[in-house]
Ligand binder design. Structure first.
Ligand SMILES: C[S@@+](CC[C@H](N)C(=O)[O-])C[C@H]1O[C@@H](n2cnc3c(N)ncnc32)[C@H](O)[C@@H]1O
Length: 456
């Protein structure tokens, strides 16, 4: 990263160049190291403590904006450039795409500032020839933009990979797909899960005192949710890990839809680090019992600190390991494409491909059937994914509802209406046995959950 300090520019703060350098570094890490944008951004921003909130905001907007509109921006640049050499150098590519994004979509950056910022940055990461090339391309793009700018929504939709657009349209229709892809805010606020939920107003006030200047409000879909923006590191706030944990609001709803009641015995079958285990253990209370299973023992070590009474390392696709039987309720929060988290993780569009869906849905069916065999006769199972695609949602429900094939565990899964009060609060029709949470409808990340009764 270049050490020189650029002079003040018309975009306002003297450190706008630093915001762009941070954003460029994050984009490079996403492209070259398959880093997650949000984690890379947090890491880069915490290294550069001189950035104020406004510059951090600009860096965030540039990273998410470029990743969401990347294919569209590249197409605009390709129309004006004689070769694609610019795309071969990640630093050049990042600054050129950020320049194009600023010109086309950032009202607060005047065109001449967007061009000069990008060109100056390019002269630092490459040579004068590249700077001259960027200058020519961006000036022509600025001329085009002066005649009329494209709509951000169209650019976001056009930039989604074709297979994803197709899969979204099959699942939620053409208008739903566009609304899903362009749903904001991007990035969304962080979710806190508070238990007990009754104290929510008091905790919003308390957290507001501790994090002056942050935006803190109640979530709408989960009664346990508090949504936070601009509060800095969450673990520094009062109550962290005891009264609340960091958890996206839709993820809370999924845990609640299991309908766990005080005194029940619950298995969190794909518990990961135990985020849902934490809420489930508070729902069953001291007379109940939540146990956690997962493929990865290292994740289970964290899950063990969230209220799980026992943990089991198991590969559900190969058997049931040492996991006992007789659970009243089983949550299968299955591995999936993660497409539902697109507005939080825009790089998912770059990482996944069409072929993933068949592989993942077969794994989801195998895991759910195997975990279902651990439920008691008449027990409940919720299958959930942070995806909204038909192949991972209704497609899996159809396969689970049919009789097991040769070699599959002898369990019968019957779709059954949700019995959690929280399902009614979502406005689900009475008798609904599945739900798709959508960012543009519920304000949460995208999820799908379906309830079954288990028979042996
Ligand atoms: C969507 S994540 C679960 C997230 C977790 N429930 C939470 O709320 O944070 C899916 C989990 O399934 C686990 N997993 C993947 N394949 C598995 C398998 N074959 N058997 C058991 N667990 C598996 C992964 O390790 C991962 O933790």
């Amino acid at each position: 990263m270049a050490a020189e300090q650029e002079g003040p520019d018309a975009s306002g703060p003297a450190l706008a160049g630093d915001a762009r350098r941070v954003a460029a570094r994050v984009l490079e890490r996403v492209w070259e190291e398959s880093a997650f944008a949000s984690a890379a951004l947090d890491a880069e921003l915490s290294r550069l403590t001189v950035l104020d909130g406004r510059d951090a905001g600009l860096a965030t907007e540039l990273v998410y904006g470029v990743l969401r509109t990347q294919a569209f921006l590249e197409e605009q640049i390709d129309k004006l450039a004689v070769s694609r050499r610019w795309a071969g150098d990640p630093a050049v590519r990042a600054h050129l795409l950020m320049g194009a994004y600023s010109l086309l979509f950032l009202d607060r950056v005047p065109a001449f500032a967007a061009v000069s910022e990008a060109v100056n940055a390019m002269r630092v990461v490459a040579d004068d020839r590249v700077g001259a090339f960027a200058n020519a391309v961006l000036r022509r793009l600025a001329d085009e933009a002066a005649k009329g700018r494209p709509a951000l929504i169209d650019a976001v939709v056009a930039s989604a990979p074709g297979w994803l657009r197709g899969a979204l349209r099959r699942a939620i229709g053409r208008a739903g797909a566009s609304a899903f892809l362009s749903a904001g805010p991007v990035p969304p606020p962080l979710g806190l899960c508070l238990a007990p939920a009754e104290d929510r107003e008091a905790w919003i006030a308390r957290l507001g005192e501790a994090a002056k200047g942050a935006t803190i409000e109640a979530g709408k879909a989960s009664p346990h949710a508090i949504l936070v923006r601009g509060a800095g590191e969450l673990r520094r706030l009062p109550g962290f890990g005891e009264t609340w944990i960091g958890q996206e609001e839709g993820a809370q709803v999924v845990a609640l839809l299991l309908g766990a009641k005080p005194g029940e015995r619950v298995l969190d079958a794909c518990a990961g680090r135990g985020n849902k285990t934490w809420l489930l253990s508070r729902r069953v209370g001291a007379t109940g019992d939540v146990e956690a299973a997962d493929l990865h023992p290292n994740k289970l070590r964290v899950a063990a600190t969230t209220g799980a009474r026992a943990t089991y390392a198991v590969d559900w696709s190969a058997g049931t390991g040492r996991v006992p039987e007789g659970y009243d309720r089983v949550l299968v929060d299955a591995p999936c494409s993660g497409v539902g988290t697109l507005r939080r993780r825009p790089e998912i569009g770059l990482k996944r491909e069409a072929g993933d869906l068949e592989r993942l849905s077969s794994l989801q069916v195998a895991i759910a059937r195997s975990a279902a065999s651990r439920a008691r006769e008449g027990g409940r199972l919720v299958f959930a994914v942070c995806s909204v695609l038909r192949e991972e949602c209704e497609g899996v429900v159809e396969r689970l509802s049919s009789d097991p094939g040769p070699g599959e565990p002898e369990v019968k899964l019957v779709p059954t209406p949700f019995d959690a009060e929280e399902a009614l609060a979502l406005g689900l029709p009475e008798g609904a046995s599945s739900v798709r949470l959508l960012p543009h409808v519920h304000g949460t990340d995208g999820y799908f959950a379906a309830m079954f009764t288990v028979h042996h």
